[in-house]
Design a binder for this molecule. Structure first.
Ligand code: HEC
Ligand code: HEC
Length: 313
């Protein structure tokens, strides 16, 4: 297990993880009363079977409208800091505030959510146990949601059994070869760093010459951040299609098509780690692409998909 190598998770001093807080957060995560018309919960767009992402290219809000970005997988976020593809929010407590009032998502207001939860004796009891007060407010709701999201961890894949537990039979020869490419000449690990398979940084992997979505640059206002997006984790990547912030790729073969000849080296702010592709326009043979995909498939955590502790209570 790689936990020791990851460093300390982000547990805010004013919101430690408790059994009661996580249980309440789980109930709220699947609570449709958070949305204006009682039709959407967090779990509607973050589906357990898809590693808490959405198989639809763009999730739909309660009025059927959708935003321009793919829903993100919610694993191992206890080690993350800036949230969303563009990093516009710091921390999971602040993040949980957004979907409830987002006009493209739950389209609600916090006073309405507070009134609904305060009208429930069951919820008042659960908040009392978790936070010592039965007067429900948005701060406690977002704290509980953040606790539940921090409890979603995924470190049980064939790769983990091979790499950390020393089980040489856990990965096929193809996947082992793919791992070697991933960490050496493929340069993938420079950004998708094991064991989180993200460095939690914001980078431009050369998708576009012109940015329809400006990513982190629109948040910071710094031209050097234009076109940069959060490096997504590759854990459970076989479960989280479609791919990239705008869902432009449907399969891992299409993703590999990008890294194997499709990288725009003249894209503004393209990452220095992409230089390799500049020097090698098609760095991988068909066999190597096959092996890299076999490795990506070995990052699937089967237990996560059905873990009862993370399912709708
Ligand atoms: C209508 C669909 C929808 C609903 C409902 C929804 N989300 Fe999301 N979620 C998304 C999308 C899309 C993104 C990426 C948005 C972006 O980057 O601008 C996202 C991003 C996130 C992230 C950021 C992950 C990261 O790695 O930075 C977290 C955490 C999250 N959602 C948690 C929640 C919680 C908690 C709820 C319920 C309060 C919720 N979401 C409700 C669609 C949804
Ligand atoms: C310079 C950093 C960098 C390098 C090197 C890199 N990636 Fe990425 N990767 C990213 C970023 C950033 C994204 C998201 C881009 C976006 O959506 O705008 C991404 C997205 C992906 C996705 C889609 C993830 C999702 O959830 O949608 C896959 C799969 C992927 N990369 C695999 C690889 C592989 C395999 C390699 C090596 C051949 C590699 N990456 C090399 C930064 C990098």
């Amino acid at each position: 297990m790689c936990l020791a190598q990851l460093g300390a998770p982000n547990f805010p001093a004013d919101n430690p993880l408790t059994i009661e807080g996580v249980a309440l957060g789980r109930k709220l995560f699947y609570e449709k009363a958070l949305s204006n018309d009682f039709t959407l919960s967090c779990g509607s767009c973050h589906v357990q079977a898809n590693a808490f992402s959405d198989p639809r290219p763009f999730s739909e809000g309660t009025n059927g409208a959708h935003g321009p970005r793919n829903s993100m997988s919610l694993v191992n976020l206890a080690w993350a800091d800036r949230m969303f593809w563009d990093g516009r929010v710091q921390g999971l407590e602040a993040q949980a505030h957004d979907p409830v009032i987002n006009p493209l998502e739950m389209r609600n207001t916090w006073p309405v959510v507070e009134d609904r939860l305060n009208a429930s004796t069951e919820y008042r009891g659960l908040f009392k146990v978790a936070f010592g007060s039965e007067e429900v407010d948005s701060t406690m709701v977002t704290k509980a949601l953040a606790q539940f999201v921090r409890s979603i961890v995924s470190f049980d894949s064939p790769f983990d059994r091979y790499w950390y537990d020393g089980d040489t039979t856990a990965m096929s020869e193809e996947a082992r070869n793919g791992l070697a490419l991933f960490t050496s000449q493929g340069k993938c690990a420079g950004c998708h760093a094991p064991g989180l398979f993200t460095d939690n940084a914001f980078r431009n992997n050369g998708l576009d010459l012109v940015f329809f979505d400006e990513g982190a640059g629109a948040v910071t206002g710094d031209p050097a951040d234009l076109g940069k997006f959060k490096v997504p984790t590759l854990r459970n990547i076989a479960l989280t299609a479609p791919y990239m912030h705008d869902s432009r790729f449907t399969t891992l073969e299409e993703v590999m098509g990008h890294y194997n000849g499709g990288v725009h080296m003249n894209s503004p702010n393209v990452d220095l780690l992409m230089d390799f592709w500049g020097m090698n326009p098609t760095p991988f043979s068909p066999d190597e692409v096959h092996d890299l995909i076999a490795f990506l498939n070995a990052l699937t955590d089967q237990a996560l998909q059905t873990n009862p502790a993370l399912a709708e209570p």
